[in-house]
Design a protein around this ligand. Structure first.
Ligand SMILES: [Zn+2]
Length: 70
């Protein structure tokens, strides 16, 4: 499982981040709806985002994080 996930992340290198749109040097998988807020593990709840966006968003909800970006 871990190898499959890593392969997906490697394949996403250079693709645009789901949040900021910049090419990702180190893609990470982010849960759109954080697990602790009741988010699911389903694929529909996951996006590939750059490390910066992922760590900046952290465990905030997507709506509150996007609001802060403005
Ligand atoms: Zn980003």
């Amino acid at each position: 499982m871990r190898d499959v996930r890593r392969a997906a992340s490697v394949a996403a290198i250079g693709k645009p981040c789901a949040y900021c749109g910049n090419p990702m040097a180190a893609p990470t998988r982010d849960h759109i709806h954080p697990r602790w807020r009741g988010g699911t593990l389903e694929e529909g709840n996951k996006v590939l985002a750059c490390k910066r966006c992922n760590s900046d968003k952290g465990s905030k909800s997507l709506a509150s994080w996007l609001y802060r970006l403005r």
